[in-house]
Design a protein around this ligand. Sequence first.
Ligand code: PPS
Length: 278
Amino acid sequence: QTALIHRFNGIPFTTRSSPDLLKSLDAFDAREDDILLVSYPKSGTHWLAQIIMQIYTPKVTLTSPIEFGDISRVEELNNLSSKRIIPTHLDYNMLPSNFKVKQCKAFYIIRNPKDTAVSMYHYYRDNPNLPTIDSWTVFLELFLRGDVVCGSWFDHFLSWEEHKNDRNILFLFYEDMKKDLPKVVKKMSVFLGVNISDSEIKEICEKSSFTEMKSNVEKENSDPNHTVCALTSNRKLIFRKGAVGDWKNHFTPKENKMFEEMFNKKMKLSELAKQIIY
Ligand code: PPS
């Protein structure tokens, strides 16, 4: 089973991302109107994608993550007409440089890493294509070591956090979306320069609720082209609980202490990290 994971630049990837593609990604031809949806896995990528696709009418093209596929992927994406909405779980340093040169707009969605870890744990458990995990305690150790798909949450966050003042990047919190989605949708539309009315915002929020998205997925057949997921093409595994604070049902007090010590050590200089509700 471990053969399904390989490392590139020291970071674990699934075999959905071929080493050849990862090597050639820097040649990717970004366009000024591309929009990136950046996340560490299990932070709300699908939720964000759902909202963006509704903000834009007429429709734009949502791709699967840029790092998925084999070498033919670069050409395939280059052949897509604009506007492209491109998800990615890559660290900032691995992002194709053309996105930086063209200053493409990007969203970075952050979720309390404790809830992210729990979400990822269930994902590993439910997904036969990923290495077997014996227990939550074992998974947490792997997560803290960065020995999970897409590597260390801390490194990922810090690599993007350095760019928090870049005008083309908007940082969003999963917890803010849970608390006041209309406010976040408004903020997103302003950032994108798209005018939407209050009633449109209301409709977008209704269609992006966890219940609505989960029930839609249950109705449709899983289509690999419609996943923005790092680990599988099975959309049914995405919509599990959609809650804030599920970590409290998993962490022992000792594990929580260990997590917080690591968090505080790694996030020492990060202003943005202080806003992460945990
Ligand atoms: S992936 O596989 O990395 O792309 O997963 P990602 O989409 O980033 O994150 C999956 C988690 O997001 C939750 N989710 C939502 N929460 C609230 N509202 C909505 N609409 C929503 N859609 C997805 C999803 O349930 C996963 O979290 P957990 O905690 O596992 O339920």
